[in-house]
Design a protein. Sequence first.
Lengths: 174, 204
Amino acid sequence: MMLINWEHELDRVGHRVILSGLPIAMHCHHYNINLEKMLEDTMGETGIRLLFEAAEEVSFYGFTSFLRHYSRIKTIKSKLEVASTIYQNCGLGVMHFQRIGNRGGIIVSPSSHHVTGWLAKHGKRETPGCHFARGWVAGVLEAVYNQPLHHFAVEELTCKMMRHDECKFLVKER
Amino acid sequence: MAIDGSKIIHAVMEGSRIREAKGIIPLFGVYLSLFFVQYYNKLSFDFEKEMGREHESESAALLIEAAQECGYATFQGIRNSREWEGLVLPMIETKEDQIFSFAAVAVAFGWGDLDVRELIPDEKLVIRVSDSYEATGYLQLHGLATSGKCYMLRGVSGAFMDLLYGEDYPDGCFTFRAEEPFCRAKGDPYCELLARRTSDKRHA
């Protein structure tokens, strides 16, 4: 079942690009990865936290707004399906919400923009690097399960930036 | 022939709707992502805040540098892409037309209504933007600023000039540096990016 009309959701209003009523920008892997590396190099764990929190907060409010607009999407399964579709349609990659519940669970991503970009620019990492994806997952799940911001913690157990087979995220309540 | 920005916008919008099975959007020689501008604004301005006022110039320089390196690599990829060859190259008559094309791509990407106001080859570029998402975002998040806040656009403006008048890729980045004498975030009616050649290539 087609839950969203992407042609309608992604549009232009003058020079602005709009997704579900909110302004977006198209940025390439060079910018996204430069920002991540600069923040990590400059601030270490604090920079990683900033990346996580920015992605979490913005995906939380963005997806909450989206669900309000699409009130016919009622079930948790449908909401998670839409979240996956948006992630993919935004060129962010593939995210499988298969073993997840309101207390947390495991999420798997077999491919992502940030992994592809990081490997293209810098090659293999020694530590997990999908800080954006962790934040995005937290924010979206908080919106889906009607929880407040910062309700979920997300840890990356395996990461394709480290040449693991897939990125695997452990979601827990804080 | 003038650069027809509407053709570029159309191509970007159509291309951004095509992604491969892995959820990646390969377009104009780069991997594109679409995400809310609030993310980029929150990230930049939270970073600046975390660095503290005493390091304001350092945090600004880091954000501009990240954007300039990006712009340099991104638009090098763009001008070597098959989309550029098929769509933009037929509209280009002079070397300087590339700058107008780069600006049209930036508009298509949702970075603002970039308007090239002045271009003196190998010397100076002035781009005016009346709706930069960075300026808008700063005003929404923090109110009036005391300095320009369009760090991404500053870096990208410098990169445009680097690609045309710097040494051959990849050795020409930071040949130019952009200032922002006017910014809506500090109450000006528009933002203006002014790129000039630097004497010290990287940190003039």
